[in-house]
Design a protein around this ligand. Structure first.
Ligand code: AMP
Length: 286
């Protein structure tokens, strides 16, 4: 595994691979890797000649009161895991080389970026889209792998790649969960024991909603009542930021479930913000 910190060198190395006709896949991450990340890496490894992973805690996607300085980091462990997965290139960019003096160009995916998490984290998706555009330009992958766990992010990146003719196929990968249903996340490391147990309420709430849809309930008011009820039954949920049913393409809130819908939740357990989602389809006869 080649570990490279300088964008220009990654560009040269990737360019040489392309010249030899090798396909490159990219998995962008912020590190503190878990099985969710590794599932993306495995898919990337399977589908491309060259598997590249980036680890970069991108400062521009964190708001002033967010957890940038305490975001979990485990570079040694991450390198070990990626070597085991036979990754070819690990890109660890330095801040100073990603955002050089006078940096002033940004990518904004309008509409999609204002909904759900975007409404609560102003500027977040502008930071994400900009850094991913830079990573795409540096590595020039044919495919890039994103988790459905961050459904809105994946949709925004796919839109960006299409709108700007980036020539990158954005592949969405299933959410990997702990045995009790909690979606794996680097931020789960923040949870103390009691909070970790309480955190399963997010998955339980999604299940409640999804089972209701499967039983034929399609009115969003009713679905929200059931899902919010489950979240509220857990005293350690300190804030419900959103919990509703959305169109999986536009992310507009629905009034009634159509052929497919996205149940999506963002809550705080103590001080830790958790998000999760589930795609659901009503039974054919409804
Ligand atoms: P992050 O390091 O949190 O920025 O995540 C990097 C990539 O891994 C993103 O595309 C995430 O959606 C994806 N990811 C994070 N957690 C999971 C999970 N539990 N299952 C599948 N993909 C995930």
């Amino acid at each position: 595994m080649e570990i490279i910190r300088i964008p220009r060198i990654v560009q040269d190395v990737a360019g040489t691979h392309r010249m030899h006709g090798r396909s490159i896949g990219l998995v962008p991450t912020m590190g503190a890797l878990h099985e969710g990340h590794l599932s993306l890496v495995r898919m990337c490894r399977d589908e491309n000649d060259i598997a590249a992973v980036s680890i970069y805690v991108n400062p521009t996607q964190f708001g002033p009161s967010e957890d940038l300085s305490r975001y979990p980091r485990d570079l040694e462990g991450d390198e070990e895991k990626l070597k085991k997965e036979n990754v070819d290139i690990l890109f660890l960019p330095d801040d100073s080389l990603m955002y050089t003096e006078g940096f002033s160009t940004h990518v904004e995916v309008e509409g999609l970026s204002q909904r759900l998490c975007g409404a609560l984290r102003p500027g977040h998706f502008k930071g994400v889209a900009t850094v991913v555009a830079k990573l795409f330009n540096i590595v020039k992958p044919v495919r890039a792998y994103f988790g459905r766990k961050d459904f809105q992010q994946a949709l925004i990146i796919r839109r960006m790649a299409r709108d700007l003719n980036m020539g990158v196929d954005v592949v969405l990968c299933p959410t990997v969960r702990e045995a009790d249903g909690l979606a794996m996340s680097s931020r789960n490391r923040y949870l103390v024991q009691e909070e970790r147990s309480a955190a399963t309420v997010v998955y339980r709430s999604l299940l409640k909603g999804s089972e209701a849809v499967k039983s034929g309930i399609i009115k969003v008011d009713k679905l929200k009542e059931l899902m919010w009820g489950t979240l509220r039954s857990e005293p350690l949920v300190s804030q419900i930021q959103y919990c509703s049913v959305y169109d999986p393409e536009s992310l507009a809130e629905m009034e009634q479930v159509g052929s497919e819908a996205l149940l999506a939740i963002a809550v705080k357990i103590g001080n830790t913000r958790l998000i999760d989602n589930m795609l659901v389809k009503p039974p054919a006869e409804v």
